[in-house]
Design a protein around this ligand. Sequence first.
Ligand SMILES: NC(=O)c1ccc[n+]([C@@H]2O[C@H](COP(=O)([O-])OP(=O)(O)OC[C@H]3O[C@@H](n4cnc5c(N)ncnc54)[C@H](O)[C@@H]3O)[C@@H](O)[C@H]2O)c1
Length: 331
Amino acid sequence: MKAAVVGAGLMGTIHAVNLSKMPEASIKWIVDRDKTRGGKLAKAIGARWSPSIDDVIKDAETELVIHAIPTPFRLPFIKKYMAAGKHIFCEKPLASNLKEAQAIRDAARNYKPVFMAGHVVRFFWEYAHARETILSGGIGKAGIVRLSRCCGKPASFDKKDNWYLDYKRSGGVFLDLAIHDLDWLLWTFGAAARVFGQNLGSKGIAEDYGLGIIKFKNGVLAHVEASWAEPDGSFLTGFEASGTEGMLEYDMRDAATLTFAEKKKAAGSASGTIVPESPSSESPYQKEMRHFIQCVQEGAKPLAGAADAFNAARLAFALMESARTNKAIEL
Ligand SMILES: NC(=O)c1ccc[n+]([C@@H]2O[C@H](COP(=O)([O-])OP(=O)(O)OC[C@H]3O[C@@H](n4cnc5c(N)ncnc54)[C@H](O)[C@@H]3O)[C@@H](O)[C@H]2O)c1
């Protein structure tokens, strides 16, 4: 299967590298408006560079598109991919405003090829496992959940235009960062009823910090913290879920790696040399790409589709609206 990666920034590069390791797919196009960045990535993985998606649209051989350019560039691109019948992997958030997010969700509703959204936290085993534990009654009836995602000020690969720090374009921490936790909450607890949020981005401070309180229809109360105000280079995530029968806790700083050396593998190895293995050796981004390819091959529904991405974005927009108006928002 031939693929195009649209965007040669942070995410486009991650997806291109992961996809290039998969024998089922080969990347034919790297699209980026910047020739230096696009050309460099294309050369590194043996693909062609193009400044425009038109080359991809015209190329019937290219069936898959990985859309990884900044959030304000979504709807017109997605419409063109859909008109050409491509399988689409679209980075989160679904769009930078509610109207476009709605339009993409609606267009994807009866779209036959795969439309997958980049809600990668569903591929982090800690989050997936916590969800399974909660849904199987491991903590009894869930009551309060706290999630935190804090990092330094984000930077675009485009050194001349750090669009992340423009609240109108990125949506600040609620839309760009906390959306991962919002998606996990919706995936785990179902629809939300009411939100209240406060953040610095809505007050014109680029190093955004936000706190959100979300009441779910099933009664769960969630507290979400997201920050771009940490020291540069740091990225910390964690959560705590309390229920009537127990509590689940995760702090990425406590995570220990597990290595697995299997005697029978060493004995059967031709060279006698073994490479280290670990259950965590596959990154969640690699798992995510593998899942996308598998959905395309099997015509299966992806773990996160356009409707899921819309729901997460809608929750983020409600938190932004709450922060702007200083009022709780009913959903
Ligand atoms: N899933 C995740 O964990 C995760 C992490 C970071 C970013 N993201 C999302 O991925 C998307 C891309 O983020 P990034 O950090 O890779 O951005 P980036 O700024 O690092 O790179 C964007 C690239 O797109 C190119 N570009 C911009 N507009 C273009 C256009 N109209 N046509 C062609 N090329 C264009 C730029 O030249 C740049 O190379 C964003 O929506 C972001 O929210 C997701």
